[in-house]
Design a binder for this molecule. Structure first.
Ligand code: NAD
Length: 235
């Protein structure tokens, strides 16, 4: 059976009310990216960084998955071995739509989790603030806890799974990413077939390398994309 890789970014969650990253101004929710999600920010700017991620966690608590998340979850349930779902998103909207944590790869981390800086133990704290926890340090080794988020300039261990999925996929589906962090134009060239869905063209993506391009909301494009994937997997 052919393999399909579905790779999403902030755009897929935009219609659920979670704001995307860059509007060209280098800001995320009015914060300078350099100060709150760049390697070293926990050492130089710990309080602001923690507060920022506390606020992001609180923000996603009431957000609901949209038709695009739900359709991808249904597809994954129907074709569990043929479809890999990887996301750059740190929100939990795929999980809220019914996906198990181990059925999806969060390439850049997961907001609900903290990680011990010493022993790397991961804890799901849901939507609360880090300082409001009954334990202040790692319950296992007493090390310092940090958001389980990959900051710019840090290693991204889950990229190994991305490389594996890229190597084996026959169709790559890219939804809601500007291509500034991951070079999706290059990824499209590794796969025989490719689909791109964004709201509008991005300076960081050359859409001529994609077999099919949808410039529309993810919730509007997803039914055609799902149909394409189903046909592709039936062949
Ligand atoms: P980005 O913000 O750089 O780009 C968003 C892309 O989504 C744009 O190309 C835009 O055209 C498209 N888009 C916007 N609304 C859309 C819609 N309704 N339907 C389809 N496409 C739409 O996002 P990125 O490339 O994912 O990079 C951002 C980084 O920031 C990621 O690493 C991610 O971890 C982080 N981030 C995550 C979230 C989240 O978890 N929801 C939110 C903001 C930022």
């Amino acid at each position: 059976m052919p393999k399909v890789l579905i790779l999403s970014g902030a755009g897929i969650s935009a219609e659920s009310g979670i704001s995307t990253f860059r509007g060209g101004d280098g800001l995320w929710e009015n914060h300078n990216i350099q100060e709150i999600c760049t390697a070293g920010c926990l050492d130089t700017n710990a309080e602001a960084t923690k507060k920022f991620y506390d606020a992001r966690r609180a923000d996603i608590k009431d957000k609901e998955p949209n038709h695009a998340h739900k359709t991808i979850v249904e597809l994954k349930q129907r074709f569990p071995h043929a479809i890999s779902v990887l996301t750059q998103n740190v929100d939990d909207l795929f999980e809220k739509a019914g996906m198990q944590r181990d059925e999806i790869v969060h390439l850049h981390g997961f907001l609900r989790e903290l990680r011990c800086r010493e022993c790397a133990m991961v804890l799901d704290i849901a939507y609360g603030a880090q300082d409001a926890l009954t334990y202040k340090r790692c319950p296992s080794c007493h090390g310092e806890l940090r958001p389980n988020i990959v900051f710019f300039g840090e290693a991204a261990p889950e990229y190994e799974k991305l490389i594996h999925a890229l190597n084996e996929c026959d169709l790559i589906v890219v939804i809601g990413t500007s291509g500034n962090v991951l070079d999706v134009t290059y990824f499209a060239q590794l796969s025989e077939y490719s689909i791109l869905n964004n709201l509008e063209p991005s300076d960081a993506i050359d859409d001529r390398y994609f077999t099919k391009v949808y410039y529309s909301k993810a919730t509007e494009a997803i039914d055609s994309i799902a149909e394409y994937i189903e046909e592709f997997l039936k062949e």
